[in-house]
Design a binder for this molecule. Structure first.
Ligand code: DC
Length: 203
């Protein structure tokens, strides 16, 4: 069976957790496409040229344990502006989406560009302050030296760059289900996402 769930939204809205939980619930594979851009950004921070890094990206690059920092996130958002870099990463994502057994992909342009024919599209948002608070707790919990103001600033700068770029900007697909998680805990958000998928599977 081929079945694609596309989950988009701004940074730290809850896409990652929702995607993992939806994939586990239905037995689908999951790809966090932000990791591809983060891995490319990390190699640029280490001195490589962006397009070269994107073209030679390997699975091991996605498994690095240093990709979840605000520095790497900013580098990812910057390489993601370049149309050639995005183009180099398209096939990998499309192949993943059409794998046998179902797939969940989360990112910024999955429902609009990578998988415009996805069976389910979700757009997950939350207020800036709530996203910043959640990301602050996550990063400080991992021992990273971050402040609430610094995390909020990082999210706002990235969201603006991600929304305003020419190539595949962050946007909800016209047929996406909007999920605002500002007033939901994670269990509620996951339940809403699972019901949206179930509604389509039952058809
Ligand atoms: O989801 P994330 O925060 O790990 O993503 C990091 C950056 O990568 C994000 O700010 C923009 C870019 N990105 C993108 O342009 N397209 C995607 N599908 C996923 C991420």
């Amino acid at each position: 069976m081929m079945f694609t769930v596309a989950i988009d939204g701004p940074a730290a809205a809850g896409k990652g957790t929702i995607s993992k939980r939806v994939a586990a619930f239905f037995g689908f594979a999951h790809l966090d496409t932000g990791l591809i851009y983060r891995a490319t950004g990390a190699r640029v921070l280490a001195g490589e040229e962006a397009l070269e890094a994107a073209r030679s990206l390997r699975v091991e690059d996605l498994q690095r344990d240093d990709l979840r920092t605000t520095e790497v996130a900013q580098a990812a958002s910057k390489v993601a502006v370049m149309p050639e870099v995005r183009a180099a990463l398209v096939d990998f994502q499309k192949d993943f989406a059409r794998r046998e057994g179902g797939a969940v992909l989360d990112g910024r342009d999955i429902g609009t560009v990578i998988c415009p024919d996805a069976e389910v599209k979700l757009f997950v948002t939350a207020s800036d302050e709530i996203r910043a608070e959640r990301r602050f707790l996550e990063l400080s919990g991992k021992g990273q030296d971050v402040t609430r103001e610094g995390v909020l600033e990082d999210l706002r700068i990235r969201d603006q760059r991600d929304r305003e770029r020419e190539a595949a900007p962050l946007a909800a697909a016209a047929d996406a289900v909007l999920i605002d998680t500002s007033e939901m805990d994670i269990e509620e958000a996951v339940a809403v996402a699972i019901s949206a998928v179930e509604a389509v599977l039952k058809r």
